[in-house]
Design a binder for this molecule. Structure first.
Ligand code: SF4
Length: 186
């Protein structure tokens, strides 16, 4: 599913970027309808070397498919607070909901402070992400912040397969786990 046209005629979006592979499809898909500013805020990525690598390749992606990229550092303690007690939840469970919520909440606040009328995320490119959950969280956080959330399920229309092809063609690193230390468990 390509992003829907927002009824209020929104033209610009602050697009949360979790990683370069998802952005390699999600950014151009969103650019078909909106002016996109990327926003990298992912204090869930562990360990630090992996965070640095994912941020580096996201910067490299902006050379191949130019788009402005904002990076927000910090948030590690807030992330630990958000997921405390949820360590044993499975992927797509309540820990992931808390993790996604804190990242989208920050994206909504950033959109508000930058004067960008809408926000969204490329998280739904991944087949491991529940688009209904991501869109519900986005709607809720958007309502709290007073910023529109653009719903999408970017894995549809072969979004994930296309992201695999693009990352191979561009030689972009593709991680083999979601991000936090719990997703590293065998
Ligand atoms: S598995 Fe992924 S979405 Fe879930 S808590 Fe870990 S980093 Fe966040």
């Amino acid at each position: 599913m390509k992003p829907k046209e927002h009824p209020a005629g929104v033209k610009s979006v602050l697009l949360h970027i979790c990683c370069a592979p998802d952005a390699s499809y999600g950014v151009p898909a969103m650019q078909e309808k909106y002016r996109v500013t990327g926003f990298f805020f992912n204090p869930n990525i562990q360990p630090g070397m992996e965070y640095d690598r994912r941020l580096l390749v996201t910067h490299a992606l902006t050379d191949s498919m130019p788009f402005p990229l904002e990076v927000a550092e910090g948030g590690e303690e807030e992330w630990e607070d958000a997921v405390r007690g949820l360590e044993n939840e499975p992927e797509r469970g309540r820990r992931c909901e808390a993790c996604i919520r804190m990242r989208l909440s920050r994206t909504a606040a950033e959109a508000k402070s930058l004067g960008i009328p809408a926000f969204s995320t490329v998280l739904t490119v991944s087949p491991k992400k529940d688009a209904a959950m991501v869109n519900r969280i986005g709607r809720e956080e958007g309502e709290k912040a007073g910023v529109a959330f653009l719903e999408a399920d970017l894995k549809k229309k072969d979004g994930f397969r296309k992201s695999v092809e693009t990352t191979k063609r561009l030689g972009i690193y593709r991680q083999n786990y979601c991000g936090c230390r719990y997703s590293l468990r065998p």
